[in-house]
Each structure stands twice: as C-alpha cells, then as structure tokens.
Write a protein that binds this ligand. Structure first.
Ligand code: HEM
Length: 563
C-alpha cells in the first residue's frame, strides 16, 4: 500500500470537484480499490500461502519429495480431496489410478500424503515386512482424540498403549481361543435358521441380531434374543455414532488435522460434537464394564471375553478403567456390523445368482444330506461354501475406500520416497479386482476360489503374496484380530442357510424384483435393505430346524429365550 499516493489522489480530486471540473471519479475508486485489494486480498493471500508452505511438506523444504510415487495431480491446497471424498466413485478411481500410475501411487489431501499400495507384493513388502513402521493410524482429532478419548484400538497410533491393547485382543481372539466361542455361534445360528423359517421377510434384521448377539455374548456374556433388545439398541447407537464420525472425509478436521488449532466454530463445531458422542458412549461402555466386574466378583459372570480380560488384571497392564471399558466395547463395534454386512451381502448375491445357490446346495446335499444339518466338522469337506465366503470378501471388501495405516518413519521403496506420517492405503479395490489375476473381476464367481483350501487366516502369510486369497481382513500388525471368529460365523451361517433354504428373487404381481445391489450411504459396504424370497427347502428341513432350535432353547435361562 502506498499512503502517499492515496493522499495525493484524494487531494487532487477534491480540488477538481470544487472547481466543478470533476470528470473522472473512477480515479478515486482505483486508489481505494488498490488499498482494499492490498488489505483484503493480497496481504491475506500472502499470509495464507506462507502459512501453507510453512506447515505443509513441499519440495522446497524437502528435496526427497521429488521422488514421491507418481500420482494424479490435485488442485492447489486441497489436493485430491474431491476425488477421495466421493466414496461411491472411489472404487473406479482406485482401479483407474492403479492402471495409470502403477502399483504404488501418491495422492494428496491438504498437507497429507496418501500412498496407495495396489498390489499384493507392495502390501507384503511394506505393511507386512516393514510392519514396525507401517502400523500406525493417521491423527484423527475428532474420531480418535475427542470422541474416543484416545481409547479406541481401531484409531490408536502405534505405540506402547496400542501394543498392549493389541496383545490383549490377540490373546482373547486367537485361533485356539476362538474355538471357545463356537458354542455361542452355534446357538445363535440355530436361532437365525428358526427366525428365517418363521419370519423370512425380516432376514436383514435377523442377520443383524445374529451378529450383534454373537459378539455381545462373546464379549459380555449376555444373550440378545431379539432385535428390539435394549442392550443391543444402546450398543448399536454407539456403533452408529462411530460410523458417522469415522467415515473418511466426513469431518474436515480429521482430513486436515492441523485445523484443530483453529476455532472449532469454523469447522462444524467438531469438538462439541465429539464431546457429545463421548458423553453418550462412555457411560454405556463404563456401565457394561462395571456390571461385568460385579458379576465376576459375585461369581455370576458367564464365560466371556470381558471375564477373561478382567481376571487378567488390566490395571497391572497399565490400562485405566476407561481403556478397559473401551477395549470391550471396541470389539462389539468392530465385530457386529462387519459380520452382518457380509451375511446380508451373501443373501443379496444368492438372490441374483441362482447358479450359486444350486452349486452350494448340490455340495451340501452330497456332504451333509437332508437327515442332519451342517456342523463345524463338515467345514473341510465344503470347498464351494468356502469359495463363496472368499468371493464375498473379494467382491465387497468392508469399506468403500481402503484401509488406512500410517508410517512412523521415512522410507524408500523401489526408488520412491514414502515420507514419515504418510497415510498408507491398502487399496483393496485394486487388488481384489486386478483383472490380471481375477478373470471377469466384476462377476460373482465363487468357483474361482476352488483350490484355495485354507481359511483366510492361513493366507495372510502365504509365501507368494500373489497367492493371497484377498486382502479384506487388512494386513501387517493391524490385521483383523477377529478373523477366526468372523470366518467361523460366515461358514456356519452360509452353509446352514443354503442347506435349509432356497433363496430367490421375490415375485410381486407376477413380476420378479431384482435387487439393485446398492450400498447404504457412508463409509462401509453394507447393502441397502432389499427384498428376496427365502423358502424352506422341504418339510424335512423345516422339521430339523424346529427341533434343533427347540433343543437349544430348552437349555436357556428364561430371559434368554425367544418367547
Ligand atoms: C467379516 C467380518 C470382518 C471383517 C471383514 C473385518 C475386517 C477388518 C479390517 C479390514 C480391519 C482393519 C485391518 C487393518 O488395519 O489392516 C479390522 C480391524 C479390527 N477388527 Fe475386524 N473384521 C471382521 C470381523 C471382526 C470381528 C468378529 C471382530 C471381533 C471379534 C473384529 C475385531 C477387530 C478389531 C479389534 C480390529 C482393530 C484392529 C487394530 O487396529 O489393531 N473384527 N477388521
């Protein structure tokens, strides 16, 4: 700004005005405009630019950034956020970018580097082999810090506290321990068959009851006989809250963590919202944990995860009460909606693909027959059922974006620089849909997995990473610790549903309704509620279902019964 120039312009124009010779008022406005331009545009822009270059990594500050992996150019400041925030289109982008830029590529959102690992080899080389530096999570001021008070394992940065909670979840969910939970899965699966027999219309909620029921029973030892159950409702409210704020891109502050240093009012009052979520969620989890402790102390607790955890003395392991409460609640969050989403996705694909139902039933009739129902022992003899499970996980991984880890050290890979603090995305859409590996990847073809004889956990560390079945349980040190429980649930229910029921398109006024296959809005791959016809295969099958549920229910406490 030049004050002298402003003054002289103003003086001369005043004189001209007085003389009645004023002809060019614009001269005045130009001067004022200069001033305004300086005050309100140039100076703030310079300040913003300076702040941006000062706070965000760039090649001027770090020349190694010339060697970042290739990737799509983004817009100034915001980078590729517009591409990344549209979850529905992310799948196509993930595939197109992999084709164009290769198996490791780079995108940017604000100051954050995203490194996309789009081949099994890159996942193996980095997330698995270098898991010591590829196992953190990106900062999430809302989801991780405020709404979870830093206590949710899923969002925790890698460090001593994370290692402790990870050890606990692994110890309580490993393959040996998970066999302890099989009777719960067996019981709840019998109710699922009974529910489908008597009320097939509400299959969607029956699958949700099954999944929540198993995980709440495994975690807290309480049975959920129906979907209106108060405990299930309150826990699900927490799960839904979490899904709202945890979706990538849902809150600016979690996309650009440095915004937490500015007044929250500019960014949707995120802190106030996060505190509200915490104030709603924490009493529920603390209440459940407190009750469980009382039940253990009075000898009334049933065998469950929390009981074993409480008896292992969490305080001695450095975990406070809040952490202990969230450790248990976190399992319910991680294990319920994921499992039910896959059971409903199974029914969706079964409705659209009669040949899959037919092939599955042929195998079940051959191995199990119609005199009895499928049990755990049948699993090794049902390769087509196993193939259906793998194909479901391949074609619909748990979320629409990919799984985020973050790096705790700078690294180099195949001549490319991967900066410390990068968000490293497990690009499961590109890997699971790689046309080089999976013929017609968009088609639902379980038979592609015939010959993959092992459960998913056994493929995590298979010598040749290209032989991995899929990457939908994650990778490295953060791989889903509930993998055995999850696979057991999918096996038991998919085999039993196919054994007992025909699944077809629903007919309305003589017209078949084909489900759209759309997913609910949000981060996770959950199918939109849809219609289908689920009919018991024969009177014999119906009788077996009635009998097994009657026997199972007779063993239950009165409050645990269905009616
Ligand atoms: C079909 C069902 C399931 C699928 C597809 C699934 C998938 C996943 C994925 C992809 C992750 C993130 C892995 C990564 O960051 O690399 C994860 C994390 C997790 N899962 Fe699962 N999951 C399922 C069921 C379960 C169940 C039943 C439980 C508990 C009994 C569970 C407990 C957890 C926990 C505690 C984490 C957080 C791990 C961490 O950050 O250390 N999951 N799961």
């Amino acid at each position: 700004m030049n004050p002298a120039r402003v003054a002289s312009t103003s003086d001369s124009s005043t004189t001209l005005w007085k003389l009645g010779q004023y002809q060019n008022p614009i001269a005045v406005t130009f001067g004022d405009l200069d001033l305004l331009l300086c005050c309100f545009v140039i100076a703030p822009s310079t300040l913003i630019l300076a702040f941006y270059f000062w706070t965000t990594p760039n090649v001027l500050k770090d020349r190694r950034r010339w060697h970042l992996p290739p990737g799509p150019p983004g817009l100034p400041f915001i980078g590729n956020i517009l591409d990344l925030s549209d979850g529905e289109r992310m799948r196509e982008k993930a595939l197109a970018w992999t084709k164009k830029y290769g198996h490791v590529f780079h995108t940017k959102v604000g100051g954050a580097d995203y490194i996309w690992l789009s081949s099994p080899k890159a996942v193996r080389d980095l997330m698995d082999k270098k898991s010591a530096i590829y196992s953190s999570r990106p900062p999430a001021p809302l989801a991780g810090d405020v709404a979870s008070a830093g206590r949710r394992q899923l969002f925790m940065a890698y460090g001593p506290r994370y290692r402790t909670v990870r050890k606990i979840s692994h110890a309580l969910l490993n393959i040996t321990q998970s066999t302890k939970y099989q009777p719960v899965q067996d019981l709840e699966s019998k109710q699922l068959l009974y529910d489908l027999l008597h009320d097939p219309e509400h299959f969607y909620d029956h699958n949700r009851r099954y999944s929540a029921g198993v995980i709440i029973s495994i975690t807290y030892g309480h049975r959920i006989p129906n979907w209106d159950n108060a405990l299930a409702r309150s826990v699900y409210k927490v799960v839904n809250n979490m899904q709202n704020y945890a979706s990538p891109g849902a809150w600016m502050v979690d996309t650009f963590p440095s915004l937490q240093n500015f007044p929250e009012i500019f960014f949707g009052n995120w802190r106030t919202f996060g505190k509200k979520c915490f104030e709603h969620d924490s009493p529920i989890y603390l209440g459940l944990w407190g009750n469980l402790k009382k039940e253990v102390d009075t000898g009334k607790a049933k065998d469950c995860f929390c009981k074993d955890f409480y008896e292992s003395n969490p305080e001695k392991q450095g975990l406070d009460t809040l952490q202990a409460a969230y450790q248990c609640g976190g399992l319910v969050e991680a294990g319920s909606e994921t499992t039910s989403a896959f059971l409903n996705t199974f029914l969706l694909f079964a409705t659209i693909h009669p040949e899959v139902v037919q092939n599955g039933q042929e195998e079940l009739d051959r191995v199990v027959g119609s005199e009895r129902y499928p049990t755990w022992e049948d699993a090794p003899n049902l390769p087509y059922i196993r193939a259906i499970i793998k194909e479901l996980l391949r074609i619909r991984p748990p979320n629409k974006i990919g799984m985020q880890h973050s790096t705790t050290e700078d690294d180099w890979y195949e001549g490319m620089f991967i900066p410390k603090g990068s968000l490293v995305m497990l690009n499961w859409w590109a890997i699971n849909y790689d046309p080089e590996r999976w013929e017609s990847p968009y088609e639902f073809k379980p038979e592609r997995y015939l010959g993959y004889d092992l459960p998913a956990a056994a493929y995590l560390n298979v010598a040749d990473p290209n032989q991995r079945d899929h990457v939908s349980y994650g990778a490295g040190r953060r791989v889903c610790p509930g993998i055995h429980v999850a696979e057991n649930s999918l096996y038991l229910n998919i085999s039993r549903i196919l054994w007992g029921f025909n699944i077809k398109k629903k007919q309305v006024n003589g017209k078949e309704i084909t489900p759209s296959g759309d997913m609910v809005p949000g981060w996770m791959c959950i199918p939109q509620p849809f219609e289908c016809a689920i009919e018991v295969r024969s009177a014999k099958h119906a009788k077996i279902i009635e009998c097994i549920w009657a026997e199972a229910e007779a063993e239950l406490e009165p409050e645990e019964k269905l009616s």
